[in-house]
Design a protein around this ligand. Sequence first.
Ligand code: PMP
Length: 337
Amino acid sequence: MMRGALSDITKAVGHTPIVKLNKVTEGLDSEIYVKCEYLNPGGSHKDRVALNMIRDAEAAGLKPGGTIVEATSGNTGAALAMIAAIKGYKCVFVMPDKMSQEKISSLRAFGARVVVCPTAVEPDDPRSYYQVAKRLSEETPNCFYANQYHNPSNPGAHFLSTGPEIWEQCGHELDVFVAGMGTGGTISGSGKFLKQKKPDIRLVGVDPVGSLYYDYVKTQRITKPFSYKVEGIGEDFFPSTMNLSILDDIVRVDDKECFLTTRDLVRLEGLFVGGSGGAAVAGAIKYARQSGRKENILVLLPDSASKYISKIFNDDWMRENGFLEEEKGLGTVRDLL
Ligand code: PMP
């Protein structure tokens, strides 16, 4: 084998760069940095999770030729499908119907089967994507149900991989780590590692309007969730992979803030990121404005803009949804936050 080559694409997972934001942060005392997880080979931070979940499943007896089933909004699916292609597993993915066509098509490109379920049903409804995934995994022989919402290997991946990498890149200079929360694997796993190294590091979760997390953290009340457009963050139930008690603060963002920030990150910083990355940066800017401290803040950018071209980067879709105001021209987020 050639000396400079990797033995397969999974060896390219991780080691993502950390980059300083220069323009969207103008006027802030704090400095905001981003970790570009969208540069992973499968397109997101979920590459780390899929690698760790499959490694743990193999240790527990999963054999090549078996089937991997998962309820996924796309990124975990892409990561599992990429690794399955190399290792010889079949994949079946179940996802809600609000997800981008790009995400569905890219899973099918890896040879996976995709089952699309209604978004507007309760999580325990038999038609919900969680329940359909569970049933399929029970009916399929020689099957591994990745179950990222309840699999400790998900936060475990970030504890073993993302957290140590961030520590190595930022060390004692990091004051605040900010991430959007879906399964919570990213913030719970990386956060646990970072707090072990530096107990006074602050962990800030970002939650979209409509999700359960924010009200629960602030008031201990479970409010009725409602749907929103930003993909991959916020939940309508409490996954066991989400350790809310590790959070020092939580910030709420709405769809418009998420999407205008996303567009600014691409246009002003050259970072080709998706909506949940915009959400996390919008949350970090709000946090920095409120905190009144001068801190080094690191924000995780989960996936790439390429998955949202027909939505966030399509002016018609943005206008139809009330996220772009004609009179403001470019539609930049700075007046909004
Ligand atoms: N952004 C995107 C695009 C995602 O797919 C996810 C995972 N649902 C997240 C953010 C949140 O990451 P985590 O599940 O680790 O909380």
